[in-house]
Write a protein that binds this ligand. Sequence first.
Ligand code: SAM
Length: 282
Amino acid sequence: MKRLSDIGTIKDILSRYGFNFSKGLGQNFLINPSVCPRMAEMSGAGEGVGVIEIGPGIGVLTQELCKLADKVVAIEIDKRLIPVLDETLCDFDNVKVINNDVMELDLNALIEEEFSGMKVVVCANLPYYITSPVIMKLLEDNLPIEAITVMVQKEAAQRICAEVGTRQSGAVTVAVNFYSKPSLLFSVSAGSFMPAPKVDSAVIRLDIYKEPLFKLDDNKKFFTAVKAAFAQRRKTVLNSISSSLGLEKSAVNELLSESNVSPQARAEKLSMEDFYNIAQRL
Ligand code: SAM
């Protein structure tokens, strides 16, 4: 089996397939040999477990997942990588590569088709240009998955894993905490990739709740409230919500006091319950 974190191996593959990295697709491949085994181990991949990987690249993480899990389905948008993956994953019979954009796929149908009777987890070194949309899709589609373990830019990792109600938190922190318990696993230096990105990365894990934190008639209302409150995060919630939703200040003021939230507070100071109370009255 080829050691895919080895720079010589990568260069050989690139030249044989005439492959050049696409910046637009966030192609920074891992060359630090210790990262993928650690990520795969911490993702929950194991016996009786199926794994969805997003963006396998040349398969460096895929190989480690295949060693541990019953089955791996890897979704890669770049069709130039499909023949490469055919070669690098040829030692495994428990892997399927799908050439598609993860944002276009019906992941509930995919899980039903591919992972019958298995626990399912997601593990990926995410393309940074769509980190938040991918994470939100995985959470909002209500997939029957246990955990999401992903590499993201360090700043995004810190934001996602911040405590709700602190300065580091943002709309994504609240959204992630609605569906899961996030934790920051470990940092990865920019030099661990080829080509090296400008910033460091980190691996995070989201343990998905069986049910979202709150029962709402319409989850969308919760996210409307969160986005509106954070839209102008330096302003008060009163100003941010009224200007981003185009509502009269007096109406928002009333809504906030009924929700027991100070109109003068900043969104970053609000708790999950505060957002829930606002959402119920929106
Ligand atoms: N897993 C490899 C590694 O760790 O070396 C590659 C990770 S690289 C950061 C991101 C990968 O995601 C690339 O292979 C890229 O082509 C792929 N990708 C980018 N956008 C995608 C999308 N919308 N759907 C599926 N794959 C995508």
